[in-house]
Design a protein around this ligand. Structure first.
Ligand SMILES: Cc1cc2nc3c(=O)[nH]c(=O)nc-3n(C[C@H](O)[C@H](O)[C@H](O)COP(=O)(O)OP(=O)(O)OC[C@H]3O[C@@H](n4cnc5c(N)ncnc54)[C@H](O)[C@@H]3O)c2cc1C
Length: 304
């Protein structure tokens, strides 16, 4: 990365964390991925806005990173700047039942915060191992809940650098997608509309859902959760199982034996192995049932 750009970034603030050639395997739940040319961790929204300005002016491509729990980053890495939002993680209560969270706040922390304040509605997201920014982009959901149902508003930066407040309607949430994703918005903050509830019941629900996850999902291995979106009228995991792919491996990448919808890293998988496995699963399922499996996992970098 050009030293002049690094120097301009250093001038933004002494608090801005700047690394070069940062291995993305340290920042993805698959535990794979090569180096990002630049890795930036702003500690304030103001620094984030300045970082975006510098990168745009310098024509450096950038990528916003939450907790890396829905990403497959190429072994060749990312030729640009990865901006991690994990230091922007404030959570507090606003007027009664509204929880405010910065884009980098982890869902698990928000869920605990809501429980501690006897607020119900966020229990479903406690076990989704990402940030609220990533959850908004993906309209993350589980066990009948989804972000769409609890979002009051979202504050974003548009690709033109404007800061905008969007209502839940304007976010146009769909199945694992949103206008935020389509428009390339950066989620700075979210306001979540929860309801007063009984703290013991909230705790019980969170425990019950955590046990369900532990029982059904291969949480003992690195993964990015469900690899594929649910095709209409089918379940990805069942199609993969019926195609005879339970436990199918490419190197150390494997279709989980516990839950066929998950691709796992048995230990030393590379992103190329995971990518090849995904392609082979898609091919076999299409040949067997004529159903196209689309990935829910987002690919970052070059896989050719
Ligand atoms: C074990 C396991 C279980 C999972 N279970 C579920 C589940 O039940 N339901 C579910 O929906 N998902 C699940 N997932 C997938 C994943 O956790 C979600 O998609 C999550 O919302 C991703 O959030 P993240 O912060 O990790 O985002 P990342 O993976 O870092 O990024 C995902 C996308 O969001 C963008 N992004 C992230 N933050 C921002 C921001 N602030 N502004 C703009 N763009 C941003 C990124 O650029 C990228 O395009 C699971 C994953 C694992 C590993």
């Amino acid at each position: 990365m050009n030293q002049d750009i690094i120097n301009t970034l250093k001038d933004i603030s002494s608090d801005l964390e700047i690394c070069t050639n940062e291995n993305m395997s340290r920042h993805t739940t698959f535990r794979t991925g090569g180096p990002a040319s630049l890795f930036l961790r702003p500690g304030s929204l103001d620094d984030l806005k300045k970082v975006i300005c510098v990168l745009k002016e310098s024509k450096v491509e950038y990528f916003i990173l939450g907790n890396g729990s829905n990403l497959l980053v190429s072994d060749k890495g990312y030729n640009g700047a990865v901006i991690s939002l994990t230091r922007l993680a404030d959570i507090h209560l606003e007027d009664g039942n509204t929880v405010y969270a910065e884009g980098g706040a982890m869902n698990s922390f928000i869920a605990s915060f809501a429980r501690d304040n006897s607020l119900t509605g966020f229990e479903f997201a406690a076990g989704i191992p990402g940030t609220i920014g990533g959850a908004m982009i993906m309209n993350a959901g589980a066990y009948g809940g989804e972000m769409k149902l609890i979002t009051k508003s979202v504050r974003v930066v548009t690709p033109k650098g404007e800061v905008k407040e969007l209502s839940a309607n304007e976010c146009d949430f769909g199945y694992r997608t949103s206008a935020l994703k389509r428009e390339g918005y950066i989620v700075l903050e979210a306001r979540l509309q929860l309801q007063k509830g009984d703290q013991a019941a909230i705790t019980e629900k969170m425990t019950e859902l955590a046990l369900k996850r532990k029982e059904k999902q291969p949480l003992e291995y690195p993964s990015a959760g469900s690899t594929f979106k649910r095709p209409e009228g089918y379940f990805a995991g069942k199609l993969i199982d019926d195609a005879g792919l339970r436990g199918f491996r490419v190197g150390d990448a494997q279709v989980s034996e516990k839950h066929c919808g998950f691709v796992i890293n048995r230990g030393n998988a590379t992103s190329s192995e995971i990518h090849e496995l995904i392609e082979q699963v898609q091919k076999k399922v299409y040949e067997s049932f004529g159903v196209t499996l689309e990935t829910e996992v987002i690919m970052v970098g070059d896989f050719k």
